[in-house]
Design a protein around this ligand. Structure first.
Ligand code: HEC
Length: 183
């Protein structure tokens, strides 16, 4: 009897305590707050398990220079703003996000150990409650494979592809036109 009472109290008390904690205005919801204990571990386990379960088993494209070049083009326009380009200082946008986007072209943040199908799944479906968008509506399946294969081989890309992934600084603003302003 004592055990059952304890069990019921536990089942009721834990969610109530959590609710009170969230109501208290102290829960870590700012970007500068550290994550809750186990938050990152639980989220990564869930994402990984779902991607593994649903990712396509076979890769429909050849991993070659033409694919990587096409992937680099996709990356520049759809991913690089968050995940970084070669030779570009980390953007303030990246620092202002939590979780912050891994810099997928930097050796210690590459996804070269993941099967390309997992990157394909993540890029296609996105990750809820993070800044990672779903590219399903913006990119074709072919483009998603191109960028996934490029990222899976990011540690051994030919120079042509590296060049296509290198940041080009925008031109300096033109000098103001001289002469009287036109009405
Ligand atoms: C608006 C910013 C943003 C854009 C654009 C974006 N991502 Fe992400 N991405 C994120 C964030 C934030 C995470 C981290 C999510 C997390 O940790 O839960 C992420 C995570 C990932 C991961 C998981 C990395 C890992 O270590 O497991 C992959 C792969 C990825 N993105 C690929 C892409 C690709 C490919 C594109 C372009 C088609 C893209 N992302 C566009 C923000 C972005």
């Amino acid at each position: 009897m004592k055990f059952i009472t304890g069990l019921i109290v536990g089942i009721v008390l834990v969610p109530v305590a959590l609710y009170v904690y969230f109501l208290s205005g102290r829960a870590p919801v700012r970007v500068s707050d550290p994550p809750l204990p186990l938050e990152r571990f639980l989220a990564m386990t869930a994402i990984h398990a779902r991607a593994e379960k649903e990712m396509p088993a076979s890769v429909p494209l050849q991993a070659n220079e033409a694919t990587y070049l096409a992937g680099a083009e996709v990356y520049r326009h759809h991913c690089g703003g968050c995940h970084g380009l070669l030779n570009r200082p980390e953007s303030p946008l990246v620092r202002a996000m939590s979780p912050s986007p891994p810099q997928l072209l930097e050796p210690n943040s590459m996804v070269t150990d993941d099967p390309p199908g997992e990157t394909f799944w993540v890029a296609k479906n996105g990750i809820r409650l993070s800044g990672m968008p779903s590219s399903q509506a913006a990119l074709s399946e072919e483009q998603l494979w191109q960028v996934s294969l490029m990222l899976a081989n990011a540690d051994k890309l030919p120079d042509t592809v590296k060049q296509a992934l290198t940041f080009v600084p925008p031109p300096a603003p033109a000098a103001p036109a001289s002469g009287p302003a036109k009405k």
